[in-house]
Write a protein that binds this ligand. Structure first.
Ligand code: GLA
Length: 376
């Protein structure tokens, strides 16, 4: 059975009446990593893997939730109890963010089912938050612009779950467009459409190394960026450049962190130009440069993703590859020639198995639309 029919059936078994069905996608990020929380530029695209959310108003005013990815048991959802340190916090955080903003959502019965891989850098958590948000707003009869929706979903993760993430993942899950990436200015939240050329395809290849953004490495990098900005006398690194960096007196570590953020935002602009010209070789080179900067300056890669990106680059049909997402593991994103993408993924997975002794998952993405209701 399909993801949606399984969910509808499970929802009916637990809550009686059938609910309305919503979806919110995971994402890839072509380039612009660890720049969003410094108000820099990113270039994400939504993918056709999504978190589905079935939802109906709760008849007794108590919100309840289950997830088919977590055994399917129903639990109460009460943000007033604070974080429970489990998956349901991402949903409770949505209610909490809305209440903090003075919006009163109706109590809901919610069922979730997702095929966005977890911990693989494709933002399964944003997909969950945005799917719940989309459902709760619709059931409550509340309309809001996409920037506001993204900010509420981000607040669920940053303020309730406690991961000080940027806005990229929630923004693209709300706003994705089929066949297009967005060049997002994380200061103004203005987004420019960047169509993906017909002959390009993006593949996500999991390293099998699991990260948890709650582990602390992510928060540490963010704090380092804030320290670097302070020492450079700017509010955020968006306002620094390579000249002010050269003139500043930063420690070697902070110098490298700032250099990554500054050069990575520049690479987003260069990638947008190359993509609009259909120059996939140039986009591939920029993705490789992004990986090296994440590896050497920002220090968020690991031996497994370094090796995987390297393998991918040596595979026929691949233009470039880099680690994607929060880092410390997760997946590598490879830009491929569309015709050869499936073969390239198979060959990368085989090479990885031969060299590292473990077989992981990989898939060619279809770039899909942002969140919405699935009409029956
Ligand atoms: C995670 C965060 C994003 C972003 C990326 C790194 O996915 O949720 O906000 O910071 O890491 O680019």
């Amino acid at each position: 059975m399909s993801l949606s029919s399984d969910l509808v059936q499970a929802f009916g078994q637990r809550f009686g009446a059938g609910g309305r069905l919503f979806r919110a996608p995971g994402r890839i990020n072509i380039i612009g990593e660890h720049t969003d929380y410094s108000e820099g530029f990113v270039m994400p695209a939504a993918i056709d893997r999504a978190c589905l959310c079935a939802a109906a108003p709760s008849p007794d005013g108590v919100s309840r939730i289950f997830s088919l990815n977590r055994g399917g048991d129903v639990c109460e959802l009460d943000p007033a109890r604070g974080p429970q340190n489990d998956w349901s916090d991402y949903a409770a955080g949505v209610f909490s963010a809305l209440q903090t903003a003075g919006v009163s959502p109706v109590a809901c019965h919610i069922g979730l089912s997702s095929n966005v891989p977890e911990g693989a850098g494709v933002s399964s958590s944003a997909a969950l938050e945005v799917s719940v948000l989309t459902a709760v707003l619709a059931l409550s009869g509340i309309d809001a612009p996409r920037q506001q929706r993204a900010a509420w979903a981000r607040s669920a993760e940053a303020d309730f779950v406690g991961v000080p993430c940027g806005i990229m993942d929630q923004f693209i899950s709300v706003s994705g467009l089929a066949g297009c990436a967005l060049v997002l200015d994380c200061r103004t939240l203005e987004a420019r459409i960047a169509p993906i050329p017909e002959h390009a395809a993006f593949a996500v290849i999991d390293s099998g190394v699991r990260h948890q953004l709650t582990d602390g490495g992510y928060a540490q990098r963010r704090a380092e960026c804030e320290d670097a900005a302070r020492l450079l006398n700017v509010r955020v690194l968006r306002d620094a450049d390579l000249i002010s960096l050269a003139e500043g007196k930063l420690s070697d570590t902070l110098h490298r962190r700032a250099r990554h953020v500054i050069t990575e935002s520049q690479r987003v602009a260069l990638t947008a130009t190359a993509l609009s010209q259909g120059d996939l070789s140039e986009v591939g080179c920029l993705m490789n440069a992004s990986h090296h900067s994440l590896q050497n300056d920002f220090a968020v890669t690991c031996p497994e993703t370094d090796q995987l990106a390297d393998l991918a680059r040596r595979t026929p049909g691949v233009y470039g590859a880099r680690q994607m997402g929060g880092g410390f593991g997760g997946a590598v994103l490879a830009l491929c020639d569309r015709e050869r993408a499936e073969t390239a993924v198979e060959s990368i997975l085989e090479d990885q198995e031969r060299l590292a002794g473990r077989r992981t998952e990989g898939f060619v993405c279809t770039v899909g639309a942002g969140a919405g209701e699935i009409m029956p």
